[in-house]
Design a protein around this ligand. Sequence first.
Ligand code: AKB
Length: 327
Amino acid sequence: MQKNTTQKILITGANGQLGSELADALAAKFGTDNIIITDISIPPNSVQKFKFEKLDVMDFDALVRLVKKYHISQIYHLAAILSAKGENNPKTAWKINMDGLLNVLEVARIFGLDKVFWPSSIAVFGPSSPKNLTPQHSITEPETNYGISKHAGELWCNYYFQKYGVDVRSLRYPGIIGYKSMPGGGTTDYAVEVFHKAVNNEPFICFLEKDMHLPMMFMPDAIKATLQLMDAKKENIKVRTSYNIQGMSFSPEALISEIKKYYPELLATYQPDFRQKIAESWPASIDDKVAKKEWNWKPDFTIKKMVKEMFVQLEIQKKELMKEGVL
Ligand code: AKB
């Protein structure tokens, strides 16, 4: 495939779970030299293939400097505080999540950027939303401050599109499961942690109840959805708040039972904490027929297929770490 080298892409929050994988996918499409990754701290890998700039997304002037310096045409604004961490310090979380987004939208307006991507979440829904197959347009009365910021953020995205024509596009991600990096501070994080415990023969303590069903998605599907949405023709993107997307829906018990087919000795116990209440306020599954209709969204992974692939990849990683003497 020929690369489109006319775009200059800036990613905020690039050290996070999604950012690290999205950067590679965007590099394959636009060329490594056209990707500028940013975060509040330097990336964990000492050898970096991308240009890195330290950026606090609340610093508008710093963002402007980078957009000018690299002639940025698209921003993937991923920097955010997730649901569980956000409850520790609601005011700080609100400031980072909202000021960061408004700075990006303002820069996009002022500099006439081609496109902006911003992730929303299933956290926009609350206890009054339908629990199963939650529709695209539904009651949104979130009870976490993260959910409130995502809901408000969706409305700001729509506002900037309607009022200024900023081509901002968004997805309501469910919990994302990947093998390359760990999530940080979310309510769905258990579904990544359990794989690492299984591979390392360690006991797993789940912070959610065993029957807590939540919408989830394997990372390759999350990346595919993001690229597909960003590639879609502008006129096909009718939803300018954020699109529902569904990968799969499962409970900790169902995931552990699938994992035990590969690691029968995995010892799992349940000690629900404050995150259980957050999970209870979210949908169990999502109706994504609008995304399917408007830009042909279709996930590739079922829970079975995902678990198999996770272990193939985690075993490869483990062998490499052992070869390097890290394990
Ligand atoms: C979280 O658990 O906070 C996130 C999300 C569903 O947005 N993974």
